[in-house]
Design a protein around this ligand. Structure first.
Ligand SMILES: Cc1cc2nc3c(=O)[nH]c(=O)nc-3n(C[C@H](O)[C@H](O)[C@H](O)COP(=O)(O)OP(=O)(O)OC[C@H]3O[C@@H](n4cnc5c(N)ncnc54)[C@H](O)[C@@H]3O)c2cc1C
Length: 509
């Protein structure tokens, strides 16, 4: 039995993750009545939050859902539904794309397109996003770092001694390890429990994530509210075919509708595209036939360097990265990608990947190893896409640029061997981890090639904006969240100006 509520809001935001919560934060000080529709609930404080067996072996936090690959095989995706979205489990790396990423780059397996604007346009929004997410970092260590208008709000998170030892060995080999820009209050995090933070969910104990930094402050305003357990199904278009009149969602087993003056879609790259595809036979906002296409997700390989002579008693490990192969392979060849430390990989975490090996052996290996991941750009390809099969989400991901990724992994294995880790194990991460999903509703200058204008507004529907990782034109070889936040701030500023009639500028965002 369907049940329609007569509800309305000036702005409806779909999703409270990095894009949605950042938008809510930026728009909260206006008088606009803002309703956030969020599929998930607030993550409760519970022992499993810091239990590696629960997280990695039992999949305690994984959603009870299946997506399907191009052959129709179901898989359980590592896509998380909470207040704060995927940032509740994120590794807190809040890095900028390199300036060169916005101009398009020639890669071994193809070229990336230029963005509709250059780095200078987004730089002030990166400054603002770093302040909002309280990023800890150090300028001047990474030769590829683009110019900043402001310095990081806090000093970098320190290396633990065994990690500092490896940083020194890498520097001694002529490389340029740099402190990772991280959104984390280390003292608060460790006070709760001495664990790493990468993939450990945070019930408000120190992560600078979308819930803690943006959603909770936004909800303090009387004009902002959130409806939890509200899963948006589709958008409904007015008879003029242009205005989005309402948003339809399921909550408590009922179908509801909320009328919206402006809609900001921010359900994540896979889910946002699914909502638009479900909203019209040919997909809403889809004159360009690109909604759901250009799905990208990074090529990620975990690398574990092992040496019986090295002892790693670190707790969190994740403090530095390397961009020495980012723009070139080091021999004036093409870009390979970035390297960064993983959160500390303990025996129970290894056990989730190699269940046949006894945990005491894995504990021993873990005590004598250091864990990195190599990340290479996934190039936008129209045939790499999200589509629907009835009510099923199909993720037909066509990995790309593996020539560069394989070279990066080979180069870094050699480096690890040269600095004293004779055994290096590696594993390519698969599609069940769509953690860096992006690109499915991209921005662009040309309505025949992109659904959104450079501010994230749908060319076909002037009151529809998209403000999540869907909008990214390229994936770069950089963790996506800070770029999502910077773009969301820029989009919110445009909404203030062109929809709410409020003069706005990045300096008061
Ligand atoms: C384990 C892990 C580690 C990561 N580490 C990093 C890192 O260190 N640095 C980094 O930059 N990035 C990291 N990421 C990626 C980062 O979390 C995402 O890039 C970022 O959250 C994307 O923001 P978003 O707004 O696009 O989506 P999300 O933050 O995922 O937000 C989407 C929101 O929409 C909600 N939603 C979905 N469908 C619906 C619906 N139908 N109706 C209503 N609500 C809906 C979801 O519940 C969620 O709250 C990591 C991700 C994972 C999973």
């Amino acid at each position: 039995m369907e049940h329609y509520d007569a509800q309305s809001a000036d702005i409806v935001i779909i999703g409270s993750g990095m894009g949605g919560a950042t938008s809510a934060w930026a728009l909260a000080p206006t008088d606009a009545r803002i309703v956030i529709l969020e599929k998930g609930f607030q993550l409760p404080e519970q022992p499993e939050n810091r239990d590696p067996k629960a997280i990695f072996q039992r999949g305690f936090f994984r959603p009870h859902e299946l997506w399907y690959d191009e052959k129709g095989r179901g898989f359980n995706p590592g896509n998380y539904y909470y207040h704060g979205g995927n940032t509740k489990l994120y590794g807190c790396v809040l890095a900028r794309y390199r300036a060169e990423d916005f101009d398009g780059l020639a890669h071994y397996d193809g070229d990336t397109p230029a963005w509709p604007f250059r780095y200078d346009e987004i730089a002030p929004w990166y400054d603002a996003a770093e302040q909002l997410y309280q990023v800890r970092g150090a300028l001047g260590e990474d030769p590829t770092e683009p110019p900043h208008g402001t310095s990081y709000p806090h000093p970098a998170i320190p290396d633990e001694p065994p990690i500092g030892d490896v940083r020194a060995r890498l520097a001694g080999a002529g490389l340029h390890p740099f402190s990772l820009p991280l959104g984390l209050d280390l003292e608060q995090w460790l006070k709760k429990a001495p664990t790493p933070w990468d993939t450990f969910p945070d019930a408000r104990t120190g992560k600078m994530d979308a819930e803690n930094c943006a959603l909770l402050p936004a909800l303090k305003y009387p004009n902002v509210s959130i409806r939890s357990g509200a899963e948006v199904v589709r958008l409904i278009v007015a008879p003029d075919g242009r205005k989005i009149a309402a948003v339809e969602y399921m909550q408590d087993g009922h179908t509801h509708r909320i009328n919206a003056g402006t809609v900001i879609l921010a359900a994540g790259a896979v889910r946002s595209a699914s909502i638009l595809l479900r909203s019209d036979t040919d997909g809403l906002a889809n004159r360009s036939d690109t909604v759901g296409r250009h799905f990208m997700n990074h090529n990620l390989t975990a690398l574990i360097g092992v040496s019986p002579r090295y002892r790693n008693d670190s707790v969190y490990q994740k403090s530095f990265g390397l961009n020495d192969f980012y723009l070139s392979d080091g021999y004036e060849g093409r870009p390979l990608g970035s390297i960064q430390l993983f959160g500390r990989v303990s025996g129970p975490i290894l056990k989730a990947n190699v269940p046949s090996v006894p945990e005491f052996i894995l504990d021993f290996i873990s005590r004598h190893s250091i864990d990195f991941f190599a990340m290479s750009e996934d190039l936008p390809n129209p045939n790499s896409r999200v589509r629907l099969d009835g009510s099923k989400i199909v993720l037909d991901w066509r990995r790309s640029n593996m020539t560069a990724h394989n070279l990066l992994v080979r180069r870094f294995k050699r480096v690890l061997k040269d600095i004293g880790f004779p055994f290096v194990f590696s594993r390519l991460l698969d599609r069940r981890l769509p953690s860096h999903q992006c690109g499915t509703i991209r921005i662009g200058d040309n309505p025949s090639k992109a659904p959104l204008d450079p501010y994230g507004r749908a060319f076909d529907h002037p009151n529809l904006f998209v403000a999540d990782a869907s909008t990214l034109v390229t994936s770069a070889a950089v963790n996506p969240s800070l770029t999502v936040a910077a773009l969301a701030l820029r989009t919110a500023s445009e909404i203030k100006k062109s929809v709410l009639g409020i003069q706005d500028d990045v300096r008061n965002s």
